[in-house]
Write a protein that binds this ligand. Structure first.
Ligand code: B16
Ligand code: MG
Length: 224
């Protein structure tokens, strides 16, 4: 495994790592699933983590065997309704929605001169960062609208390293979704998975939650 001393940059997922918008995404999609008569369950909600808006809708429709019942225009309208529901929830966000330990970790990374980039699949990430008061940490962010492939494809994390002018081996990617960890690994970066170690079994380093995300813990995990 890469040595901690080789690391120069950190590439962050947003939803589920910096803030728990996963709850809001889930709530907004659940509403759409009810609207189109698709039975919701927790596994379906989990499967949507890190997946782009239109791909999420396709997954929901497929789950209810309804993938052929809607025209492209109807699908677009459903996705827009979901996003409007989601944006209403985002409007209520403040710095209180930052996950525990994240602000201190970002400040510590900055004071140690690590480079930071955002690699979120969400087109709403600039707004969410602004609501959280964290925009200034992320001068560099991959624009998901410019990507050809979603996670688990490595494109988004590879682009993150390019934005930082670093080699992949100099970067750590931080993710809460299994598809995100796959994306980091395929980009040849070091992966940190935040959450259930069984779901994130492929991560190079696993932390149960964001309070464990410190430079000391990462150094210990990489150099042992
Ligand atoms: P939007 P991440 C992802 O963000 C979310 O995990 C996923 O649930 C969501 O569908 C996707 O962004 C697209 O979001 O509809 O706001 O463009 O985890 O990659 O930061
Ligand atoms: Mg995520």
């Amino acid at each position: 495994m890469t040595k901690f001393e080789d690391i120069k940059g950190f590439i962050f997922d947003l939803d589920g790592v910096i803030t728990d918008t996963a709850v809001f995404h889930t709530q907004a999609w659940h509403q759409i699933a009810d609207e189109v008569g698709v039975q919701w369950n927790v596994q379906l909600g989990d499967a949507l983590k890190g997946i782009s808006r239109m791909d999420s809708l396709e997954l929901i429709l497929k789950h209810g065997n309804k993938e052929t019942l809607f025209t492209e225009a109807e699908k677009l309208s459903l996705a827009t309704t979901k996003n409007n529901n989601y944006l209403m929830l985002v409007q209520q966000m403040t710095s209180a929605n930052i996950l525990p330990g994240i602000t201190d970790f970002l400040a510590d990374l900055q004071s140690h001169n690590y480079q930071l980039a955002l690699a979120s699949a969400s087109k709403n990430s600039p707004l969410v960062l602004e609501k959280l008061g964290l925009s200034s940490f992320f001068q560099k962010a991959v624009n998901p609208a410019t990507l050809k492939h979603g996670k688990p494809n490595p494109e988004i994390f590879s682009r993150g390293a390019e934005l930082l002018n670093l080699n992949p081996a100099q970067c750590i990617g931080v993710e809460d979704a299994a598809v995100g960890v796959e994306s980091i690994n395929a980009a040849n970066e070091t992966s940190i998975g935040i959450g259930d170690p069984e779901i994130l079994a492929d991560a190079n380093i696993n932390f149960e939650d964001t309070t464990r995300l410190t430079l000391a813990n990462i150094k210990f995990s990489m150099n042992r």
